[in-house]
Design a binder for this molecule. Structure first.
Ligand SMILES: CSC[C@@H](O)[C@@H](O)C(=O)COP(=O)(O)O
Length: 354
């Protein structure tokens, strides 16, 4: 079984499964500093909002180990705070990155009696972020499964599985749980241009789990809905605004519009950590723009359009909350608004029921 992101036993490297090479090569690469991890996140060696948050947390743990003999307590914490800044900036749309770095900064600003004890606290917090991800996604999968009929054709975009998290995944976790519980499900896998996370990664995960699926080009989504071959749609999230507007992989909005037109339920499957109550609506969400090369050379080498064709390549889009039937989370199926007060109440409830 593959693991998208790990901390090496000696805490000297973050080990990432290189998602750019899947499904044909399972290669693990070691990254030895926070700046190397930030670059790996930018290059999408690891991707998916929860997985990049975990990778960034481990990036700080590795940096803490690397810098342990490099200066006094003050310079040590200052350098680690700088590392949090680079990691946070490595991809702008997924709020999980800032959420993880906020947790690491909290550890950095607490009082510790030595560099050694601060370093252990950093490793513990990074490891906790990773293990919480597994538990949270397991709960999401259980909650979501209650919505899946015993026989269903589910449309899914991008990759939201174990590769995008530490294990289970969000939307694909729900699909995995439904399949494990004996439901007769089939997944329409949107290929997800331009980086093909659906074609390369989601098919790989579904195949490993023996879940029936069919790969489609993104533009086939409407036709399938019109033919009444889709019962519901599940997608992940990179940032959910307070009013429920949701940033997710480019193409999600198109699927949501088509689903609304055809009266098909469209759910966002997300941990609470992807909700950003500081952002009031989707208008305030920064959408990452990526290199034109991703569109011009989808498989890396040959051009599919004349050289120097102008390209616009937004990595995400925003689905307005009115297109979303509900948010499947670790605390249940929710509806906005997601104010801090409300989100904190759910988090507290979660703590007390643990
Ligand atoms: C559980 S993953 C949720 C989202 O991060 C996912 O749907 C997505 O859009 C990933 O985009 P990516 O650009 O591959 O990082």
């Amino acid at each position: 079984m593959y693991v998208s992101v790990q901390l090496s036993d000696d805490h000297k490297s973050v080990v990432l499964l290189d998602q750019r090479r899947l499904p044909f090569h399972e290669e693990y690469i070691h990254f030895y500093s926070a700046s190397e991890v930030a670059q790996a996140i930018r290059d999408m060696v690891v991707r998916g909002a929860p997985a990049i948050a975990v990778a960034a947390g481990f990036g700080i743990a590795v940096e803490a180990e690397r810098l342990v003999n490099s200066g006094n307590y003050e310079s040590y914490t200052k350098n680690l705070e700088k590392a949090c800044d680079w990691l946070e900036l490595s991809r702008p749309t997924a709020v999980n990155l800032s959420w993880a770095m906020k947790r690491m900064r909290k550890v950095l600003s607490s009082e510790w009696d030595s560099i050694e004890s601060l370093k252990s606290a950093i490793v513990n917090e990074a490891t906790r972020i990773a293990s919480e991800d597994v538990a949270v996604n397991y709960n999401i999968a259980k909650t979501g499964n209650s919505l899946i009929p015993s026989k269903a054709n589910i449309m899914h975009i991008c990759n939201t599985g174990a590769l995008a998290t530490v294990d289970w995944g969000t939307a694909l976790g729900v699909i995995r749980m439904a399949h494990m519980s004996g439901k007769d499900i089939h997944v329409w896998v949107c290929e997800t241009r331009p980086r093909l996370q659906g074609a390369k990664l989601t098919t790989f995960e579904l195949q490993q789990q023996n879940i029936p699926m069919t790969l489609i080009v993104d533009s086939a989504a409407g036709y399938l809905m019109q033919m009444k071959k889709v019962d519901l749609c599940l997608a992940g999230a990179d940032r959910v605004a307070c009013n429920g507007d949701t940033a997710n992989k480019i193409g999600t909005y198109s699927v949501a519009c088509l689903a609304k037109l055809h009266n098909i339920p469209f759910y966002i499957v997300t941990p609470l950590s992807s909700i950003d109550p500081d952002v009031l609506s989707g208008k305030e969400i920064q959408v990452e723009e990526r290199s034109c090369e991703e569109v011009l050379r989808p498989s890396g080498e040959s051009l599919v359009a004349p050289d120097s064709t102008p390209v616009f390549n937004p990595a995400f889009d925003i689905t307005p909350f009115s297109f979303i039937s509900g948010f499947i989370t670790e605390v249940g199926i929710l509806q906005p608004p997601f104010t801090w007060q409300v989100v904190n109440k759910w988090k507290e409830k979660l703590q007390t029921t643990k």
